[in-house]
Design a protein around this ligand. Structure first.
Ligand code: NCD
Length: 403
């Protein structure tokens, strides 16, 4: 059975570390100008139902650098039979005979899982709706490892559109896996969705509190939260910490973070929100903010950027986002080699989810693939903690169902 990459949670921490080690060796080869023909005779298909610069082109470049071939549909919605109304499931059933591996980006949540159900070759998610973007997270975690050494115990501010952004959803699971401390910074209504907070809590025991602004004044509840975090690190006595945090941290301090991960507002997913980009934005990473940050705090962004990240930061060596995008090549070379079974380390893939229970119920998420495709049966998984609570097999959204 083919192994698929749908969620960062398909990969154990050990497998992620194996990917990083392999990426390191590919990077060294690239820097020495060595040729590699590991994927000679293999074909990768890229099917992109949404725009992309980095994900698609770095995957394609990675495959060429491994000596393989690429067939590409860069604008699948208008140039493939999707324009004639063909379903995703049918498209994948055909494409699996044309390629050894399929990289898929789609605008619906859970679409890559549906594709995986219909494919005998590996499906690699290139981002699905607001659900996840696991290969971006591998680039992000690799950036942290390259730039900061260990990921464990790093203090990371994850900022911007935490509701609709898929990169930050995968990212927080990945950070939790590696034991980093996560701070979320998002304006009201752009905080992490409930299903993400739930998975973080149930799988990793992580509860994150949202701050509405970087470098903002903190209220007493915020101070208590920061205190708890510091206390859990068992560094100082609670009383001392409380006193210090009151004095030192009257705001969520930029100087507290090892990395600031900023994202753009995903305007394309905000149907019905009639506002302009700038008026929805209360966060900005600029030169002035960085002046207050630590000398080694890095700024990350999955790109593309809009107004949330000022161009005046680019010249600063702490601006890591273009390096982050460049790491996409060795990381995606490693992903391709691994999923094609061409490297000899043991791939420990955690199965995505068990089989869902087929139910005659609609998913509550209007952007779920089950709401977009005909002939997809709605399936749910029972939530462990609450009676009558189920979550959609494809997109994780919860629903109360009385059976
Ligand atoms: C991201 C995406 O598509 O989710 N881009 C990327 O893959 N680097 C982020 C975004 O579009 O904002």
């Amino acid at each position: 059975m083919a192994k698929h990459l749908i969620s960062i949670d398909n990969l154990s921490k050990k497998t992620i570390e194996d990917i990083f080690n392999l990426a390191d060796s590919f990077d060294k080869q690239l820097n020495k100008g060595h040729q590699n023909d590991l994927c000679k005779g293999k074909i990768m298909a890229t099917m992109f139902y949404e725009p992309s610069t980095r994900t698609r082109m770095s995957f394609e470049s990675a495959m060429y650098r491994l000596g393989g071939s690429v067939i590409s549909s860069a604008d699948t919605v208008t140039t493939s039979s999707a324009a004639k109304g063909e379903s995703l499931a049918d498209t994948i059933k055909v494409l699996q005979h044309y390629a050894d591996l399929i990289v898929l980006r789609h605008f619906k949540d859970g679409s890559t899982l549906l594709a995986a159900e219909n494919s005998d070759v590996p499906i690699i998610s290139g981002g699905d709706g607001s659900y996840e973007h696991p290969t971006q997270t591998l680039c992000d975690l690799y950036t942290l490892r390259r730039e900061k050494g260990e990921i464990k115990n790093l203090q990371i501010a994850v900022c911007g559109d935490l509701k609709y952004g898929r990169t930050v959803h995968s990212l927080v699971y990945g950070l939790a896996k590696f034991g980093a401390t996560i701070f979320s910074v998002a304006q009201k209504d752009f905080d992490f969705p409930e299903n993400v907070k739930k998975r973080l809590k149930s799988k990793y025991g992580v509860v994150i509190k949202n701050f509405t602004k970087l470098d903002e004044k903190m209220n007493s509840e915020d101070v208590l939260y920061m205190t708890n975090i510091m206390q859990s690190k068992k560094s100082k006595s609670a009383k001392k910490i409380l006193k210090e945090s009151d004095e030192l941290f009257p705001r969520i301090p930029i100087e507290y973070f090892d990395a600031v991960y900023i994202t753009r507002l995903q305007m394309e997913r905000m149907q019905g929100i009639k506002s302009n980009y700038k008026s929805l934005m209360s966060y900005l990473v600029n030169k002035e903010l960085l002046e207050k940050a630590k000398k080694d705090t890095i700024v990350m962004h999955p790109l593309p950027r809009r107004y949330e990240l000022s161009y005046d930061v680019d010249h600063d060596k702490r601006a890591a986002y273009f390096r982050q995008a460049a790491y996409g090549i060795p990381i995606r070379m490693a992903i391709i080699a691994m999923f094609l079974g061409l490297v000899d380390f043991d791939i420990k893939l955690e199965p995505h989810q068990q089989k869902g229970i087929i139910m005659n119920e609609q998913c509550v998420n209007t952007n779920c693939i089950t709401a977009g495709e005909e002939n997809v049966q709605n399936k749910f998984l029972k939530s462990d903690d609450e009676e009558n609570m189920y979550r959609c097999f494809y997109c994780d959204y919860e629903k109360v169902i009385r059976v």
